[in-house]
Design a protein around this ligand. Structure first.
Ligand SMILES: [Cu+2]
Length: 225
C-alpha cells in the first residue's frame, strides 16, 4: 500500500488539475457568452434608441402638419376671384374672406348690362367661355331646392340678385351664410376642383327650378386657392 500511495496522490493531482482546466474553459465559455449577450443588449438598445428618435421626428412632422392645416383654416385668409366675361376679358373681381360661420364677398364689376342679374356660386371651379357651362350647376352640397322662396331651399350657392347701375357698374358687399372657406367641410368653396362665381343675363326669381330662370351666364370667376 505504501508504494501505491504516491501513485494515488499523483493520480488525484492529475484529476484535480484536469478538473480545474475544464472549469476554467467552461468559465471562459460562459464569459464569452456573457460578452455576446452584452453585445446583443447593446444592439437592442441602439435600435430602441433609433425607434424613439424616429417616433420623435414623426411626432414633430405631424405637429408641423397640424400647424399648417391650422394656418390654412386661418380666418384671415382672403381668396381673390377674377370675373371674366364671355369674351374672356376681366370685368370684375371678388374678395372672399371667412366670417364666423359664413363667407364675406366683397364684389365689384363694370361693363355689365344695367339691370338685375342672377348671381350664384356654382359647383365647379372651371370657367370656360363663352357659355361657362363648365362651372356646372349651383353649389348645392345638401341637395335641396333652389331659391329663398322655395320651401325646401335655398342652395348653399344661392346669392341675392345684383342691381347694376345705368353706368353698368356695381360695388357690393354681401355674406354667403351657408358656405365656408375651411377645407374639408362639406360646404367648403375650396373643395377639390373649387367652385365658381357666376353672373346671369337675367334676374333670379328665387323660385324656379333648378336655377331661378336667370338666363345665360355672362360672367364667371373661379374660386380656388
Ligand atoms: Cu347661376
Amino acid at each position: 500500500m505504501r508504494r501505491l500511495l504516491p501513485l494515488l496522490i499523483i493520480c488525484l493531482a492529475v484529476l484535480a488539475l484536469s478538473a480545474c482546466t475544464e472549469n476554467e474553459d467552461s468559465a471562459r465559455d460562459s464569459g464569452n457568452n456573457g460578452d455576446e449577450s452584452v453585445e446583443t443588449n447593446a444592439d437592442g438598445n441602439g435600435e430602441s434608441e433609433k425607434t424613439s428618435e424616429e417616433k420623435e421626428s414623426s411626432e414633430n412632422s405631424e405637429s408641423e402638419g397640424n400647424s399648417e392645416a391650422q394656418s390654412e383654416n386661418d380666418s384671415s385668409k382672403t381668396i381673390s376671384v377674377q370675373m371674366m366675361n364671355t369674351e374672356g376679358r376681366e370685368m370684375g373681381k371678388a374678395e372672399l374672406t371667412q366670417a364666423d360661420n359664413a363667407v364675406k364677398i366683397d364684389f365689384s364689376a363694370s361693363d355689365i348690362p344695367p339691370g338685375t342679374h342672377g348671381f350664384h356660386i356654382h359647383e365647379k371651379g372651371m370657367c370656360e367661355g363663352p357659355d361657362f357651362k363648365s362651372a356646372g350647376g349651383h353649389f348645392n352640397p345638401t341637395n335641396v331646392s333652389h331659391g329663398t322662396e322655395s320651401e325646401d331651399g335655398p342652395h348653399a350657392g344661392d346669392l341675392p340678385n345684383l342691381e347694376v347701375s345705368e353706368e353698368g357698374s356695381i360695388k357690393k358687399e354681401l355674406t354667403a351664410e351657408r358656405v365656408t372657406l375651411e377645407e374639408g367641410q362639406e360646404n367648403s368653396l375650396l373643395k377639390e376642383g373649387g367652385t365658381a362665381l357666376v353672373i346671369h343675363a337675367g334676374a333670379d326669381d328665387q323660385e324656379s327650378q333648378p336655377s331661378g330662370d336667370a338666363g345665360q351666364r355672362i360672367a364667371c370667376g373661379e374660386i380656388t386657392e
